[in-house]
Write a protein that binds this ligand. Structure first.
Ligand code: C2E
Ligand code: CA
Ligand code: CA
Ligand code: CA
Length: 278
């Protein structure tokens, strides 16, 4: 009974209440924000082993007049719970495709663009139909679109997910397994998945230089990736020392502040003009 008491005390502590109120306020603001153009996309360059930019990751930003810049790590889960994700997800895809089309026209280059797809978004009944329609809308001659999914997707019905992934592959999409190593995926299942890339979670890269456990983890991920003939991308690379070690392990793709922060469209364009492109 002491346990129960403890729980009830925790439940009414001010910090919990503040969090709760915060969530409600964010949820209310989110509902209004989609119409007010408070969302925009930023794009973080991705480099190959030669240091050439071959792609970008699209990341959403929310600038609220009162809250300021709210982290997507905070508002995406709230948007999902509140059922706003279908609309927000549509905004994310449509904006990304439109801006990538514009980039192709303005710079004459075709990049791969990786878009984060949350579990709920992926599981929406008509997700692939909507995505296909969206891609057709922009009449790309060529679009290299990669979907970043996470291991948590595979808690859902695998008999639904697997055929869908194969269909995505068939229409030319690539699939990247984001935050790899933080969740649970069996190696056996990984073998059956039609994916193109493993993305090493930033938390491993963060501690890479002084944590041998993180080093072993990364080496294992790279070995798995090589055996399955997948690209392995390290995210959150901030120093030359990290890059050097990752390269020595055989990592073949890189993303992080060392190269560029996530950039809004115009800044991205200027940045790309000054870079060796793939
Ligand atoms: P994620 O997909 O794992 O994205 C990586 C995060 O690391 C991004 O944070 C990125 O800005 C940050 N990052 C990249 N390189 C560095 C670095 O060198 N140093 C540091 N300190 N940070 C780095 P961000 O943009 O705040 O996104 C956080 C998470 O929110 C994402 O994690 C993703 O799960 C989610 N998210 C962001 N945009 C979207 C979106 O458009 N759709 C969905 N469904 N989720 C999104
Ligand atoms: Ca990601
Ligand atoms: Ca990640
Ligand atoms: Ca992450």
């Amino acid at each position: 009974e002491a346990k129960k008491y403890k729980n009830s005390v925790r439940l009414f502590s001010p910090s919990m209440q503040e969090k709760y109120l915060g969530r409600i306020r964010i949820e209310q603001a989110l509902r209004k924000s989609l119409d007010k153009q408070e969302f925009f996309m930023v794009y973080q360059p991705q480099l190959d082993a030669n240091g050439c930019i071959y792609g970008v990751e699209a990341l959403v930003r929310w600038e609220h007049p009162e809250f300021g810049l709210v982290s997507p790590a905070e508002f995406i889960p709230i948007a999902e719970m509140a059922g706003i994700m279908p609309r927000l997800g549509h905004f994310i895809l449509a904006t990304t495709l439109r801006e990538m089309k514009q980039l192709q026209q303005e710079l004459g280059v075709c990049f791969q663009v990786s878009v984060n797809i949350s579990v709920r978004q992926f599981m929406e009944k008509d997700f692939l139909e909507k995505l296909t329609r969206e891609i057709e809308l922009y009449r790309f001659n060529k679009i290299a679109l990669c979907l970043e999914i996470t291991e948590s997707l595979f808690i859902e019905d695998i008999d639904y997910i697997l055929p869908l992934l194969y269909k995505m592959r068939e229409i030319g999409l690539s699939i990247s397994m984001d935050d790899f190593g933080t969740g649970y995926s069996s190696l056996n299942m990984l073998r059956t998945l039609p994916i193109d890339e493993l993305k090493i979670d930033k938390s491993f890269v963060d501690t890479l230089l002084d944590d041998t456990a993180a080093q072993k983890m990364i080496q294992n991920i790279i070995t798995i990736g090589k055996n399955l003939e997948l690209h392995v991308l390290a995210e959150g690379v901030e120093t030359n020392a990290q890059e050097k070690l990752l390269k020595s392990f055989g990592c073949d793709r890189f993303q992080g502040y060392l190269y560029a922060k996530p950039l809004a469209y115009e800044t991205l364009k200027d940045f790309l003009k000054s870079q060796p492109l793939n």
